[in-house]
Design a protein. Structure first.
Length: 556
């Protein structure tokens, strides 16, 4: 498989993210499929930040430790990453800010006085990043026109100045090799967060309410930028408590709403979650995981909140939890979460993490399934309105304010079918049974929705079990080892029948998880299945393809 990896590094505030996106779009223009991994400290300026842009002739959604080129904006970028360079790699660096010494044998240093160039052109220091991008294009024999076209689209302001600086970098570099154009043609590039946002909009989102919290803050920013185009209400309230209660208020008025948060913010939403369940007001919660406990590593990634989400809230009630594994799945399953939430009047979770949410992917619309927007069963206007009418499937026909013919009560207290508070034991049992009855039908719907993905060598007796953002890295590692990959996307209600089919004939199952305790392995055990081994990583970073392959080789 033809592939190239480029790392760009420097201090936070050096424009690393923007430069990596420009590089990704350049490769995409040439028909390559890209994935961008981002790593940065919890600082606005300072510290060390870097991105790895990996390009391939095939779809990818993970990165590797090794890289072909390093673009170094300071000495840290040289010193911290030079061991990643391949034996024919290039170190393109700002020679005014760094020295390239003790590189791997065969690697080549390409000095470029980027700081001096931006001063001569009257540009800000941050534009050094584009100077190095220009040098990268020359090194790979990429036509200057491709570089210029991408810069014109990426910079609405100061495009000409960025082009001047990029051209200086291009002219000051060397040509190392020619990279071919691929036959697939360019694809749009989306982050997982953007794909979630688009999926919610496609499913009828009318209001998004969120208190910013890494790694879901970008959903808030993305939807705010789209608010006028899609007539969205995008609100940043004073707290996470306010966020979920406002979203439930929108649902009461018939407006499809979602909230975004992470573990610490969701802690404050838990009582609102239980209110959603008791009042049967639908809400979608985008929950981006990061390492804990408490603040943990706020700008890093983890899969350690699964059981928190499975069990959050007082009392017993149904919920949907989906954990997409890439941008296309984020788009599809966000639609599914919204539809299910309103079909059954239950809370739904889109469980992501920093790796998925802030990673950038080539997004293939042909594989990103679209769903029709669903609307709940509404009151037929026959007889008096019962907000909590007891039905065969537990779902009550719904009416919305300001319907003049219906008294629409919403009650967090136990209540009768009209919504009037009660402590009667028989009515309590009746209404609890009604709410839980939805679970049977919800499970049937998820079981019929391709709730478990199967990849790799589907006939293999050895398989990797993964969830969420580990999908891509497991598929690539399994390819080198001849493994099957089993990926449950729906985690609650757990798709027992689909899962049983997926692991049929497997005699060695290895769970791959970004947590310390094997949370998916515990969930499948609860549902009557077992795993033979667990490969964990819990330092805040995702597995790389080469790292996971080595760990698996030691096990087998």
């Amino acid at each position: 498989m033809a592939e190239l990896s480029v790392l760009i590094g420097g201090r936070a505030g050096f424009g690393i993210d923007k430069a990596s996106l420009v590089i990704a779009r350049i490769f995409s223009r040439l028909g390559w499929r890209v994935y961008v991994y981002r790593e940065y400290p919890s600082l606005i300026r300072g510290g060390h930040t870097f991105s790895i842009v990996r390009s391939s002739e095939e779809k990818i959604s993970a990165h590797k430790n090794g890289v072909d080129v390093i673009l170094a904006l300071n000495q840290d970028a040289v010193d911290l990453h030079k061991t990643r360079l391949s034996d024919k790699g290039l170190m393109i660096y700002d020679s005014d800010s760094a020295k390239a010494e003790a590189l791997p044998v065969g690697a080549q240093a390409v000095p470029l006085p980027a700081t001096a160039i931006v001063k001569e052109e009257g540009a800000q220091e941050i534009v050094r990043n584009i100077c190095l991008v220009g040098a990268l294009c020359k090194a790979f024999g990429i036509d200057r026109k491709v570089l210029v076209d991408v810069l014109k689209k990426e910079f609405s302001k100061d495009a000409e100045l960025n082009i001047k600086v990029a051209n200086r970098g291009y002219d000051g570099s060397i040509k190392s090799r020619d990279i071919p154009s691929m036959n697939g043609g360019p694809l749009p590039i989306f982050t997982g967060n953007e794909a979630v946002g688009l999926g919610l909009v496609k499913a009828g989102l009318r209001a998004y309410v969120s208190y910013p919290m890494t790694p879901t803050s970008p959903v808030l920013h993305f939807l705010a930028a789209l608010a006028e185009d899609f007539d969205l209400k995008v609100i940043h309230p004073e707290s996470e408590i306010a966020a979920i209660l406002m979203a439930l208020g929108f649902a009461y008025c018939g407006q499809k709403a979602a909230v975004g948060t992470s573990g610490g913010g969701f802690c404050l939403m838990v009582e609102g979650l239980s209110f959603s369940a008791m009042s049967e007001l639908p809400v979608v919660i985008v929950m981006g995981q990061r390492p804990g406990p408490s603040t943990g590593l706020p700008t890093f990634s983890s899969q350690s909140d699964l059981h928190f989400i499975l069990n959050a809230g007082q009392g017993e009630f149904c919920r949907l939890i989906v954990a997409p594994g890439d941008a296309e799945e984020a788009y599809r399953w966000s639609q599914f979460a919204m539809n299910i939430s309103w079909r059954y009047q239950v809370p739904s979770f889109i469980l992501t993490d920093k790796t998925l949410g802030e990673g950038s992917y080539s997004f293939d619309p042909s594989t990103a399934a679209e769903m029709k927007e669903e609307w709940p069963v509404t009151w037929g206007r026959v007889g008096g309105y019962k907000r909590y009418e007891d039905t065969d499937n537990g779902v009550s026909p719904i009416a919305f304010v300001p319907d003049k013919d219906a008294v629409i009560k919403v009650n967090s207290y136990e209540h009768d079918e009209y919504g009037i508070s009660t402590e009667d034991p028989a009515m309590t049992i009746k209404m609890q049974d009604k709410r839980l009855r939805k679970g049977k039908y919800l499970a049937e719907d998820t079981d019929n929705a391709d709730a478990v993905g199967v990849y790799g060598d589907k006939g293999s007796k050895r398989a990797l079990l993964c969830w969420g953002s580990n999908k891509g890295v497991c598929i690539e590692a399994a390819k080198t080892l001849g493994f099957k990959v089993v990926q449950p996307v729906v985690l609650s209600p757990f798709p027992v029948n689909r899962y049983r089919e997926a692991v049929q004939g497997v005699d060695r199952l290895i769970a791959v998880e970004n947590n310390a305790t094997g949370q998916l392995a515990r969930l499948v055990k609860y549902n009557g299945f077992s795993v033979d081994a667990i490969v964990n990583k819990y330092d805040g970073r995702p597995f790389t393809v080469d790292e996971l392959a080595e760990k698996l080789k030691k096990i087998i």
